[in-house]
Design a protein around this ligand. Structure first.
Ligand code: ZN
Length: 400
């Protein structure tokens, strides 16, 4: 079964050459993209969709969400808007609600959030554990996450639960809890921040998870400068997320991690910016412009979670990155598509590989496509707050 999407006013491929094509067409065959080029030269297909002069982008790749939770934190949000500052401790409220919710309801809630994301153009999505914070509930969260998300990250090291000793809890995270979640996850993460896990504890978590064969990610430098970025680079993490407070040495370390990329394909550590979270916590926006100028690949992600960023809108993140972080539209869309794929190490993969690339439009890549109700991607920033998603294909299947 093949589908021709034609009459595309602007096709922003986000491919290796950063190509933007006008008057373009794309052919989907099964789950893959089988042809792209000028509309006038398009081959015949079983089915045809007239894009009506709209813009087509890769689907969003949301590389940082926390969707396995129950309850909400409206009261904490109101207090924050009234002037209270954010501290990591609010996570405990969600942990209580999550533990007391059964598997069926926790799954239903998570599926609803994924559907909300897909309806806005997200076609590939990571999510994390981290609201269980005991062996049974972290394992349960990981199992449920593996049924709703494309990529699952173990975040037992999200917060030290109330009443627990931090070092003893770290032992649990690195030992029996890791063994219990291992069948369901491919990534591990640690919240390396004052009030969460210190450098020594973070180091132990990263080492144990690396030894267990997991890819690594780090929540770092959100509330102040700290060791998160340096640890992420030292351990070869695929991404360090938040990155609000960076020293010159941090930016240098991130840039250095990509030194061999063009020649050898060895990837460094992506800096993942979470602008919706920064606005909701009234933190300074992450220095996305400075990171790009220093040669550091960045990703934009929603950080959808009930405490600090209760949105799955990648379009909102892109809009904010353009209006407030001084990214161009092309740079912001790239960070929210190819950049997210790079942060999940899913940006390569073709017909010959086991897994197809996501986050860019190229022949052999997964057919994850987002048709905007606008003639160009510029409208994402030019018309802030307007829902512009017109159609979505996820792995070749029309999802909206
Ligand atoms: Zn997070």
């Amino acid at each position: 079964m093949s589908t021709l999407i034609t009459n595309i006013a602007e096709l922003m491929t986000q491919d290796a050459e950063h190509r933007v094509l006008n008057d373009a067409a794309v052919v989907i065959e099964g789950e893959r993209i089988s042809w792209i080029g000028p509309a006038a030269a398009a081959p015949a297909a079983d089915d045809a969709v007239d894009a009506g002069g709209r813009a087509l982008l890769p689907g969003w790749v949301d590389s940082h969400t926390h969707l396995i939770f129950a309850g909400d934190r409206t009261a904490e949000f109101e207090a924050r808007m009234a002037g209270e500052s954010y501290s990591a401790g609010g996570i405990a409220v969600t942990t209580g609600a999550t533990r007391s919710t059964n598997d069926f309801d926790l799954t239903r809630l998570a599926l609803g959030r994924v559907a909300e994301a897909v309806s806005q153009g997200t076609t590939y999505l990571e999510t994390k554990t981290g609201y269980g914070l005991d062996l049974e509930n972290e394992a349960r969260s990981a199992r449920i996450a593996s049924t709703v998300a494309d990529e699952v990250t173990y975040l037992g090291a999200h917060l030290v639960p109330a009443g627990a000793d931090a070092d003893e809890y770290t032992d649990l995270v690195c030992g029996p809890m890791l063994a219990a979640v291992r069948p369901y996850v491919s990534w591990a993460d640690v919240f390396c921040e004052e009030g969460a896990f210190n450098e020594g504890q973070s180091r132990r978590v990263l080492q144990a998870c690396k030894d267990a064969g997991l890819g690594l990610r780090v929540h770092g430098n959100q509330l102040g400068e700290g060791p998160g970025v340096q640890l992420a680079v030292e351990f070869g993490a695929a991404s360090v997320d938040h990155v609000n407070y960076l020293s010159a040495a941090d930016i240098e370390a991130l840039a250095a991690s990509w030194a061999g990329w063009q020649g050898t394909g060895v990837r460094g550590t992506v800096a993942t910016c979470l602008p919706a979270c920064d606005l909701s916590t009234r933190q300074p926006l992450a220095p996305g412009r400075e990171l790009l100028d220093a040669g550091v690949p960045i990703a934009l992600a929603s950080n959808c979670n009930p405490g600090t960023s209760y949105t799955s809108s990648m379009a909102f993140c892109v809009t904010t990155a353009v209006l407030q972080m001084r990214l161009s539209v092309h740079e912001a869309v790239r960070a929210a598509t190819f950049g997210g794929a790079l942060a999940l190490r899913r940006e390569v993969g073709n017909d010959a590989d086991g897994e197809r690339a996501v986050g860019s439009v190229a022949v052999g890549h997964r057919a994850d496509l987002h048709l905007l109700n606008a003639p160009s991607a510029t409208h994402l920033a030019y018309r802030p707050g307007i829902p512009l998603t017109h159609a979505v294909w996820r792995a070749g299947v029309r999802a909206r």
